[in-house]
Design a protein around this ligand. Structure first.
Ligand code: ADP
Length: 810
């Protein structure tokens, strides 16, 4: 009977769920049969458990070998790679021994729903499980399952702290299953990294993995490479990483000397006033000089014409960079100044990311604006976006509390479907209706009143703000109201985990910048859960949002912090017509809203305005993602081809062969003189140097190309076509040019038994390299440009475009 009810429920769920969610029935069936094995497995010794896991490993391997032999015999070559999988019986056995291993090694006995999640991960899905449902364990068991199938697994977390915590926490269970675990942190040495990547399962932050992949691109010895070929990736907080951060480029740069601050420009733009000299577009992504501003800058620079051939590429770019730093990047919102350095705040997570910096010009401009010493600048040697990094893996799966709202993107960009796993205990959290106000001030008074009231009851309150400045403003207001609070923001991220762990304690008020990706669980009663019963009686954790986010998904992430594992709790969002969301996405509608004497919005359509603005914001976000990907997928394809060639040069004698073809006599003489190996080594170094050099040049060319297309944006040409038209032929030259240059160097360079002296040839490899990630494209994405184009066409704009100026002077 329950089977029938379950079946009906599944069918109904499928009917009502949006497209993309997968049927859990097969997984449920497997987990149910695993229950039957549980008693037997419970009596086994640890050794027997490990042997059983090993038996699974062998069985899968033998099946694969048989399949391959069969295929070879049939002479058939199947298209596309197929991956080993468990049969249903093997999957069921795996669930039984996995559950037992977790119970023994961690004291956590996985719930059925966690095992269903594990199986969904093993089928390559993104799994939606609410906060507190135990995704870490479900993910670790999936990683172990893949490892037993003979695969190499990378588990990606959002930061170093979680990578290490999860690896150390889960390792004992994996060990019982005969599976090794490693982790990588920012401080890991190359040896530690290599060892970690050798393990069956490697935990790492997305950025750390990306930087390792980039650094590997510079190795000149095959043994120095640390990351092994991509195989399976399990992405934690999958929507944050795969959607919100997808377009973030990770960059490897090489030092050439200290950067130069544009003091002159910094001074010039400091005098400019918003509205008079420049305007900022609605969503604060672009800044434009007005005619008056252009005139002012031209005057300040001694009467130049900014839009003349001479200045349009150089001076105008410098003005734009300085103006961008001056007008769009706000201290404590976009960056903080700590230890005399500018540190970027990660927009989607409200935390400082180490090693992050903007592209050089902009970094130096912000440093100049803050009167700080300018850090070193360098050339971009290689770069890769998070999306391209993850798209390298033949198998992708992941887990998050909020997958369904990102279903469209996950399918469009990664072909991933979602498995929605029901909670172990039904969720009883109450999501209260939004509290809407006319002004920000009225909203903030109401927020303080709400927090004070809950605090007076003794309930813990978690407040999610939009940025660091807002957190501090709210903390000050709370102090006035004599409500003590703990502020968690980018300035004290070191204590982050501990603060969150205690956010469920009696009377505790925690104010935090965006909670997405702050992967720590909030237990009622505090981290030891001692005062739990009392908090449950009081009604559990109360979550307060100070504004609706630019997507429903982010709202849900915040709400999901309350009501974990069937706990009581509630959530409420406050919003005002002065919020950025409305200002940027529904400014006209806001004018129609009416309010009462408390500033509370009264009209029935007020809620619709906010919902509409959020949907527009989601649409803009998706469009930006799509457009960025259209550009970066071409670059990422080209990068793949160069990497392949590089790998061949690194691991084979290709370089030496090529040298022998071009200069047979020189090659033969050298072999006789210093031996085959030494020649091979020298030829390899030469070839790698030129390939890397050409690739860095190509990246610079592509950046310029985008910039120049950007400046010509009103020329009405399809910028993407234009980009492709130039980028594809430019790339075609690279491999041949690099080979030609290598041949030249092989002929002329001094090559002795000590190797080749590249420095003497002026072919110096970068002395120091560093890595960083860029949060957002500071020069505006294609979508911004398209929107700006539309605005300009409508005619509301007073900007002076190069095009207009050109027409005027023609
Ligand atoms: P999520 O990432 O899904 O929010 P975590 O993986 O951080 O959740 O786990 C949340 C909490 O639940 C942790 O404290 C963990 O110890 C606990 N937990 C996970 N699985 C189980 C289980 N099967 N039984 C009891 N507690 C569990």
């Amino acid at each position: 009977m329950t089977g029938f009810v379950d079946g009906l429920r599944d069918r109904l769920r499928r009917l009502f769920q949006r497209h993309g969610s997968v049927d859990l029935k097969p997984f449920r069936r497997i987990v149910a049969t695993a229950g039957g094995d549980a008693d037997a497995v419970a009596g086994w010794s640890d050794t027997r458990l490990t042997e059983a896991a090993d038996g699974l490993r062998t069985a899968v391997r033998e099946a694969v070998e048989q399949q391959e032999a069969g295929r070879a015999k049939g002479g058939k070559k199947r298209k596309g790679a197929t991956h080993p999988e468990f049969t249903d019986a093997q999957a069921s056995e795996f669930c039984a021994i996995g559950r037992e291993a977790a119970d023994r090694a961690l004291g956590l006995r996985p719930f059925d729903v966690q095992l269903v999640g594990t199986l969904a991960l093993l089928s390559g899905h993104v799994v939606e499980m609410s906060t507190g449902e135990g995704k870490t364990l479900a993910g670790a068991l999936a990683a172990a399952g893949y490892a037993l199938q003979g695969r190499r697994v990378h588990v990606l977390s959002v930061n170093d702290y979680l990578a290490r915590r999860d690896a150390e926490w889960m390792a004992p269970a994996c060990r019982l299953l005969g599976v090794t675990v490693g982790w990588v942190n920012e401080g890991s040495t190359p040896e530690e990294r290599r060892a970690a990547y050798e393990a069956d399962i490697t935990y790492a932050a997305v950025s750390e993995l990306g930087f390792d992949v980039l650094r590997d691109r510079l190795c000149t010895e095959a043994d120095d490479v640390v990351v092994r070929a991509p195989d399976v990736v399990i992405v934690d907080e999958a929507d944050s990483v795969l959607v919100d951060e997808a377009k973030v480029p990770l960059v490897l740069a090489g030092a050439r000397g200290a950067g130069v601050a544009d003091q002159e420009m910094t001074k010039v733009v400091r005098r400019l006033r918003l509205g008079r000299h420049y305007e900022v577009d609605q969503d604060e992504r672009n800044v434009f000089l007005t005619d008056a501003g252009t005139a002012e800058v031209e005057r300040a620079l001694g009467g130049v014409d900014l839009y003349s051939e001479e200045h349009v590429g150089s001076t105008l770019t410098r003005v734009n960079i300085a103006l961008h730093a001056h007008a769009l990047l706000h201290r404590d919102v976009d960056y903080i100044v700590r230890d005399g350095r500018v540190q970027l705040i990660n927009a989607s997570r409200g935390r400082v990311a180490l090693l992050q910096r903007w592209p050089d010009g902009l970094q130096a401009a912000v440093e100049a604006k803050e009167g700080l010493a300018v850090s070193e600048s360098g050339d971009v040697l290689d770069e890769i976006t998070v999306q391209a990094l993850i798209s390298r893996y033949p198998t992708l799966c992941g887990m998050t509390g909020t997958a369904m709202p990102a279903a469209e993107q996950l399918y469009e960009f990664y072909r991933a479907s979602i498995a929605v796993i029901p909670p172990n205990e039904p969720c009883i959290r109450v999501d209260r209706p939004d509290q809407l106000f006319q002004t920000r001030q009225a909203k903030e008074s109401a927020i303080v009143a709400e927090i004070s009231a809950r605090h007076a009851e003794g309930r813990p309150v978690l407040v999610g703000t939009q940025d660091v400045a807002e957190s501090e403003r709210l903390a000050a207001l709370l102090a006035e109201a004599e409500v003590p609070c703990v502020v968690l923001n980018a300035k004290n991220d070191a204590e982050e985990a501990a603060i969150i762990a205690d956010a469920g304690a009696h009377e505790r008020v925690t104010v935090s910048t965006q909670m997405a990706g702050r992967g720590t669980d909030i237990k009622l009663g505090g981290r030891d859960g001692e005062g739990r019963d009392r908090i449950v009686e009081l009604g559990g954790l109360c979550v307060v949002g100070t504004a609706r986010h630019p997507s429903r998904r982010l709202d849900q992430q915040l709400r999901g912090r309350a009501g974990r594992q069937g706990d009581p709790g509630d959530s409420v969002f406050f919003a005002s017509a002065e919020d950025d969301l409305i200002g940027q996405h529904a400014p006209e509608a806001a004018e129609r809203l009416a309010s009462d004497e408390d500033g509370r919005l009264t009209g029935r359509d007020a809620q619709q305005v906010f919902d509409h603005a959020q949907r527009v914001a989601e649409g803009v976000g998706l469009e930006i993602h799509r457009n960025t990907w259209r550009y970066t997928s071409l670059v990422s394809h080209q990068r793949g081809l160069v990497s392949e060639r590089r790998d061949e040069l690194l691991r084979t004698d290709l370089a030496s062969q090529q040298a022998a073809e071009r200069h047979p006599e020189r090659h033969a003489d050298l072999v006789e003189e210093i031996g085959e190996d030494a020649v091979e080594h020298a030829a390899r170094l030469i070839a790698l140097y030129h390939l890397d050099d050409r690739w860095a040049d190509h990246l610079a060319y592509l950046a310029d190309l985008r910039e120049s297309i950007h400046l010509r944006s009103l020329a009405r040409e399809n910028p993407l076509d234009e980009f492709h038209r130039a980028a594809i032929p430019a790339f075609r030259e690279i491999l041949t040019e690099a080979a030609d240059k290598a041949a030249e160097t092989f002929e002329t360079a001094t090559i002795t038994s000590d190797g080749v002296d590249l420095d003497a040839e002026g072919l110096r490899r970068p002395s120091a390299t560093w890595t960083y990630l860029i949060n957002d494209n500071p020069f505006g994405s294609e979508a911004d440009r398209a929107m700006r184009g539309v605005r300009a066409m409508i005619g509301g704009s007073t900007t002076k475009s190069p095009r207009r100026k050109k027409q005027a002077t023609d």
